[in-house]
Design a protein around this ligand. Structure first.
Ligand code: NDP
Length: 399
């Protein structure tokens, strides 16, 4: 029995609220707080209707540490689950430190004025979290999150040595809009338009945005072209996978999406620096976010599936081995269950499962930790039961 404080009432926050509500034995009290109270209230009403439970709601500016500390002191949660934006990671980690509460997020910190995501800012909290006897779990979404756990499982059960990992992420869904992003537009576009990067033989190799593409055969979807991007789980996985020689991240994009993005970039709409407009400074990408569909609003009528996994090669008992560990998730089924689309769902479910691991003491250690540093098996068992079944497919090893 424990109390959880969820911060952020977007597409992912809604899924987390529903999934926590489905597990009253673990999450006996739930408070959802965000910048806009009306969004929390809408989720509260949906949770009451679909799950038959009442959750609390509150307004909070998560950039303001004192405000969050006051909220924590009044609600007294056992865990703060951050599904606001990456900009809020550090103020929320500060608030947890001040109030002595465990912390979990799904995306690493990014400074608002620089499209650069790195763990160094959050790793800097390690000693203070250890001293305070509290825990922070980094990146408990799908990627990062489940992908890290798939790698940990491969290392524990499937391989003696892992040589290469390709994380492959495909959303083969259709939302019927000319251009929309499946999670926060600002964060999504910043991620895609920056340089790519992968790790090989101990070194990071930088690429131009979308410089490399490759076709992969995605389970239940088929062959799709995916582009090499930098993704944050690479940074911790290179530290924790033994014998690793190369790790890369690939994501699929439709032609329509790429064309829109190219035009928006060419006209300056994806800029993150302020420009003067009628005597006011505005940040073009923030203005663009205001025009684009809210990711949560895409859920109704969304068809198709996401297919995300880790393609891993290495050696087991002296023999070469290649496997794909993956999950396939159907947009329409997610909508039926919690009124969400699959990208929010595949992020929100692992956030809830990570929270359960912490609250039940199955994953519990003071300090700042990554998903692959814990036993993958209890997490994966729970993940399958909570709506994201996963599979291991044996493949012919490369020569
Ligand atoms: P949304 O934009 O839909 O939701 C973000 C929510 O955070 C909004 O409700 C917003 O409030 C709230 N928020 C923003 N700033 C503040 C603040 N200062 N104080 C309080 N609340 C605030 O994003 P998503 O739900 O799509 O994504 C949520 C997080 O999940 C992001 O960090 C994203 O990067 C991460 N993510 C991780 C994935 C993974 O696999 N690991 C995949 C997809 C997303 P308001 O309603 O007022 O705007």
């Amino acid at each position: 029995m424990s109390r959880v404080l969820i911060i952020g009432a977007g597409g992912v926050g809604a899924v987390v609220a529903h999934k926590c509500a489905q597990a009253p034995d673990v999450f006996s009290e739930i408070l959802l707080a965000s910048r806009t109270l009306s969004r929390c209230e809408k989720i509260r009403d949906d949770v009451r209707e679909l799950q038959g439970r009442t959750i609390g709601v509150a307004q909070v500016d998560a950039d303001n540490v004192d405000e969050t500390v006051a909220l924590i002191q009044s609600f007294k949660p056992d865990l703060l689950l951050n599904v606001a934006l990456p900009y809020q990671d550090l103020p929320l980690m500060d608030a947890c430190l001040a109030a002595g509460v465990d912390y979990l997020d799904t995306a690493n910190y990014e400074p608002i004025d620089e499209a650069k995501f790195e763990y160094k800012w959050q790793w800097a909290y390690r000693e203070r979290y250890e001293k305070a006897g509290i825990m922070a779990l980094m990146g408990s979404g799908f990627d990062p999150g489940v992908t890290n756990v798939f790698c940990a499982y491969a290392q524990k059960r499937l391989f003696d040595e892992i040589h290469t990992v390709d994380i492959i992420d495909c959303n083969a869904g259709s939302h019927g809009k000319a251009f929309a992003t499946n999670f926060n537009p600002e964060i999504n576009i910043r991620e895609i338009t920056q340089n790519g990067r992968y790790w090989e033989n101990g070194e990071w190799v930088e690429t131009k945005p979308m410089q490399y593409s490759q076709t992969f055969d995605f389970p239940e979807v088929g062959e799709r072209k995916a582009y090499l991007l930098y993704h944050e789980e690479l940074e911790s996985l290179v530290l924790h996978l033994k014998g690793l020689k190369r790790i890369r991240f690939w994501m699929t994009f439709g032609e329509e999406y790429l064309t829109h993005l190219r035009v928006l970039q060419n006209v300056g709409m994806t800029r993150i620096d302020p420009v003067e407009f009628q005597g006011q400074p505005i940040v073009p990408i923030q203005f663009l976010k205001a025009l684009l569909p809210d990711p949560a609003s895409l859920a109704e009528g969304y068809t198709g599936k996401t297919s995300i996994g880790c393609l891993i090669e290495g050696v087991k008992e002296g023999q070469p081995r290649k496997v794909l560990i993956y999950n396939v998730c159907d947009h329409a089924e997610c909508h039926r269950e919690v009124r969400a689309q699959a990208v929010s769902y595949t992020t929100g479910v692992p956030a809830m499962v990570g929270a359960k691991m912490m609250l039940t003491g199955q994953w519990k250690r003071a300090g700042v930790w990554h998903m692959e540093q814990f036993d993958p098996e209890p997490f994966l068992e729970e993940l399958g039961q909570r709506g994201l079944p996963w599979h291991v497919k044996e493949l012919e090893p490369s020569r």
